[in-house]
Design a protein around this ligand. Structure first.
Ligand SMILES: [Zn+2]
Length: 315
């Protein structure tokens, strides 16, 4: 199951207070409902891609308006994927749309509203319920392992603007964008997504998101350390190769026996342990010598090699 579906499943289990039910239903219907005229009768149709969301709309319609809706599954086009439809007929259908602020009466007819119905959302809990409904109807959240991206597909530009502003007023840094001629409202930052999940009441999703975020941070930190250590190992190897080249050049110039016993021992040890860091190399001496003494002796060997090369006209 996708991360998005898991969030929706969790949201459908949130037990909204009676005052919040209308708010959630309003957002759900705004995202997926239409009014149809069939055989002289008005029918409210709500479409959803998932069964849990369709059931949620069904329960709310029944609970809030005492309607007798019907829920059925159907095949969606050529894809063969299942879609779900909740239908309610009769005088109640129009009333639902009006009461949820989806349509407004204008000059005897009905006009579609393209705004978040703020008059229904006076309480903070109802504002949160509205966000929950909006996500259930047209929300998508990427798997946080892959990307931090949450979006709403509000359907039209006016509603997108209104929903975006509504989110911004709740402290969520939402933005708008047009993709493939569809106006989207999206949230990118992981902290902002976490805030929105908490407002909607998706606490399990929020915890998953936080744990993925921490794991990613640790992974990045470990990678940085490993890269840094590899760079250091590279440097140690470069220095050791330079030192060995110096010792070999001293041997070529038959100057090895002229080295002081301390330097000769150092040269032998470096040849024997070509890739040991200075500190460990010093510990193999008896008695052990410190890192700076090892460093000093190896520099001395390099200096001698340089002098010999200059003397003999070699590079
Ligand atoms: Zn409420």
């Amino acid at each position: 199951m996708s991360f998005s579906s898991m969030v929706k499943e969790e949201l459908c289990k949130v037990a909204g207070k009676p005052c919040c039910q209308l708010a959630e239903l309003a957002a759900l219907l705004h995202g997926g409902a239409s009014l149809q005229l069939a055989r002289g009768e008005k029918r409210l149709i709500f479409r959803a891609e998932s069964a849990v969301v369709a059931r949620r709309a069904f329960t709310l319609l029944k609970g809030v308006f005492s309607l007798k809706p019907q829920l059925y599954a159907f095949q969606r086009g050529a894809s063969g994927r299942k879609g779900y439809r909740v239908a309610a007929a009769g005088a109640g259908a129009e009333l639902v749309l009006e009461a949820t602020g989806l349509v407004k009466r204008k000059e005897g007819g009905l006009a579609l509203s393209r705004r978040v119905p703020l008059s229904l959302l006076r309480r903070d809990c109802c504002k949160r319920a509205y966000l929950r409904g909006a996500f259930l109807a047209g929300g998508y959240l990427s798997d946080p392992e892959k990307a931090y991206h949450l979006e709403f597909t509000p359907g039209d530009e006016g509603y997108a603007r209104s929903l975006c502003l509504f989110l911004i007023r709740r402290g969520v840094a939402a933005k708008e964008i047009t993709r493939k001629e569809t106006r989207l409202v999206y949230v990118k930052d992981s902290e902002q997504i976490v805030l929105l999940l908490s407002l909607m009441g998706a606490h399990a999703a929020l915890l998953t998101m936080e744990s993925v975020r921490v794991t990613k941070e640790v992974r990045n930190r470990v990678n940085r350390i490993v890269n840094c250590e590899q760079a250091n190992i590279g440097k140690i190897m470069d220095a050791a190769q330079r030192q060995i080249a110096a010792i070999e050049s001293i041997e070529r110039n038959a100057a090895f026996q002229r080295l002081s016993p301390a330097l000769r021992r150092m040269a032998e040890m470096r040849i024997e342990y070509p890739d040991l860091p200075l500190k460990e190399l010093g510990e193999l001496f008896s008695p052990p010598i410190g890192k700076s003494a090892v460093n000093h002796r190896l520099r001395k060997l390099e200096e001698i090699a340089r002098d010999l090369n200059e003397e003999h006209g070699q590079e």
